[in-house]
Design a protein around this ligand. Structure first.
Ligand SMILES: [Zn+2]
Length: 169
């Protein structure tokens, strides 16, 4: 099932999500739906709050479905270490058509649980490190525009306000 994606301005995106405590078939179905929703939107990551579900859960596939085996499910993820620095264009399915150069660590290590509740630690660099940080941020109510300069952020917010007024957001 493809969920509608919640856009910037909705309260759920600014909230700290609840931990995942039950690893059952319903969670497996939700994860499958999240992948389907993410691929339909051509995204590399999707966090549960982006479909209106305030849970500490996200899915990532930096190959956008091109490579089997690159699907990642992170339940209750925590970034445990970071290193280096990268500046690259970043976007978000909840802020369609807004992209901006965003500073992120070049390397990031995340500790999380898989869909069955098994704990694992994984390190990524480049785009994967960026995805770990971006998606984990979502679960803590943080969007990528909060990493931009105030000037850049306010400019994006103003443009979104105009779109909201015009009924185009
Ligand atoms: Zn996002």
């Amino acid at each position: 099932m493809i969920y509608p994606i919640v856009k910037y301005g909705q309260e759920v995106l600014g909230r700290v999500a609840q931990p995942v405590t039950v690893f059952d078939e319903a969670l497996e179905k939700l994860v499958a739906d999240m992948f389907e929703t993410m691929y339909a939107a051509h995204g590399v990551g999707l966090a549960a709050p982006q479909i209106g579900i305030s849970r500490h859960l996200c899915v990532i596939d930096t190959s956008v479905g091109e490579q089997s085996g690159s699907k990642l499910v992170l339940a209750n993820p925590v970034i445990v270490s970071t290193g280096g620095r990268q500046v690259n264009e970043e976007g978000c399915l909840s802020l369609p058509d807004f992209r901006a150069d965003t500073v992120r660590p070049l390397h990031a290590t995340v500790r999380a649980q898989d869909v069955h509740g098994r704990e694992f630690t994984m390190s990524g660099e480049g785009l994967l490190a960026r995805a770990f940080c971006h998606e984990t941020d979502h679960l803590n109510g943080v969007l990528f525009i909060q990493h931009l300069s105030a000037l850049k952020r306010e400019s994006i917010k103003r443009r979104i306000k105009k779109l909201q007024k015009a009924g185009e957001w």
